[in-house]
Design a binder for this molecule. Structure first.
Ligand SMILES: [Zn+2]
Length: 85
């Protein structure tokens, strides 16, 4: 069994809203979704509770992408960057 030491991308394929909210609460993101102040990492569209496609960890912060096929594909194919600052 292989254990990945570094997980840069966390997908939420089919997660219950309640659980998702609990997770995002932990990161202080659910309020941003409520307020409509968080956007898709890829298409910059507004993220709402009904269109969350994936959740990713980038540089120790959480970013979201919407459920458009293109964005999901981008999220799943994205490779971690070495240095982006
Ligand atoms: Zn998007």
């Amino acid at each position: 069994m292989e254990l990945k030491k570094q997980i840069n991308t966390v997908q939420i394929p089919a997660i219950h809203d309640k659980d998702l909210r609990t997770i995002l609460d932990r990161y202080g993101i659910s309020a941003k979704i409520d307020n409509g102040t968080i956007n898709c990492e890829f298409c910059s569209g507004k993220i709402s509770w009904s269109n969350i496609g994936a959740l990713m960890v980038k540089n120790n912060s959480i970013v979201l992408c919407c459920n458009l096929v293109d964005c999901i594909n981008s999220a799943t194919s994205e490779k971690p960057h070495g240095t982006s600052t």
